[in-house]
Design a protein around this ligand. Structure first.
Ligand SMILES: [Zn+2]
Ligand SMILES: [Zn+2]
Length: 281
């Protein structure tokens, strides 16, 4: 039992950081740059092996979430139905009509690995690849380490897969958390979601400054993903780490975001660029 629990905790942390550091803060928001492409793949891999889906699909849907947050065009806002926000939006064969990875994820579309995993936008085929690689990975674990470790790995991957899905819903239900920023959406901070999701539960902070590599801003808001990114920066693996929340007064951050929104209404494509850090691409 001790062996199982230790393996579960290790795999869960690895997979969860793959989602938060790799899929979310790196690929979706480019909130920091990797000094070597292998470092990027190192963080994307555990997200992929937690059944998270193709990296380009994940990032493009997430960018659309920020672009259209809590409007009818938001891919998974609870305002458009709880069941849809939880699982309904995933059960689709193609991207929604207003979401286009070749336009909104040009940076990721240049990478042949991400293009291959996306399978030309055929989400069923892309999901088949995810399942195939995940089965292969657990089979290798089983062959090398035996049933206990393989079972812990599978359970940890499945558990980590559920957390972002749950976060999408719960962190957009105002009655469940608190807000540090008066953003124009329903996002809230929930402490226990932040613990489970390595810092991503500080979701209102995140919506106030999506391009920030840091989501926890108060001393009480533990952000494990931020600590990992800072650690990598200190040993020279990553650079251009974006931390605008703590380098500028909170109100000015909100005004900056509002300016981005205004620009986006004039030129939609500009939005996708302004919510990334051009120098990090
Ligand atoms: Zn959100
Ligand atoms: Zn985000």
């Amino acid at each position: 039992m001790y062996k199982f629990a230790t393996a579960f905790f290790g795999f869960y942390s690895w997979h969860m950081l793959g989602v938060t550091v790799g899929y979310h803060r790196l690929l979706s928001h480019r909130s920091f740059s990797c000094n070597n492409k292998l470092v990027e793949y190192f963080w994307v891999l555990p997200g992929y092996l937690a059944f998270e889906g193709a990296p380009m699909w994940w990032a493009t849907i997430h960018r659309a979430h920020h672009r259209y947050v809590d409007t009818p065009l938001d891919p998974h806002s609870p305002r458009n139905g709880l069941l849809h926000a939880w699982w309904g939006w995933i059960a689709k064969r193609h991207y929604p009509a207003h979401v286009n990875p070749t336009l909104q994820s040009k940076d990721l579309n240049k990478d042949p690995v991400y293009r291959f995993l996306d399978q030309d936008g055929d989400l069923l085929r892309a999901a088949g690849l995810v399942v195939g690689f995940n089965i292969l990975f657990r089979t290798l674990i089983l062959a090398r380490f035996g049933w206990t470790i393989a079972a812990a790995s599978l359970l940890a991957g499945c558990t980590a897969m559920q957390v972002p899905v749950m976060l999408n819903v719960l962190c957009h239900l105002p009655r469940l958390g608190y807000r540090n920023f008066d953003t124009e959406d329903d996002s809230v901070n929930i402490w226990w979601v932040a613990l489970l999701a390595m810092g991503e539960g500080w979701h209102n902070n995140h919506h106030a400054a999506p391009g920030s590599a840091r989501s926890g801003i108060k001393p009480s808001e533990l952000d494990v993903s931020w600590l990992v990114i800072r650690g990598m920066e200190k040993i020279g693996l990553v650079s251009r780490v974006n931390d605008p929340i703590c380098n500028a007064p909170a109100q000015s951050r909100i005004e900056e975001e509002a300016e981005f929104e205004e620009e986006a209404e004039l030129e939609d494509e500009l939005f996708w660029q302004t919510h990334l850090i051009p120098s990090a691409l």
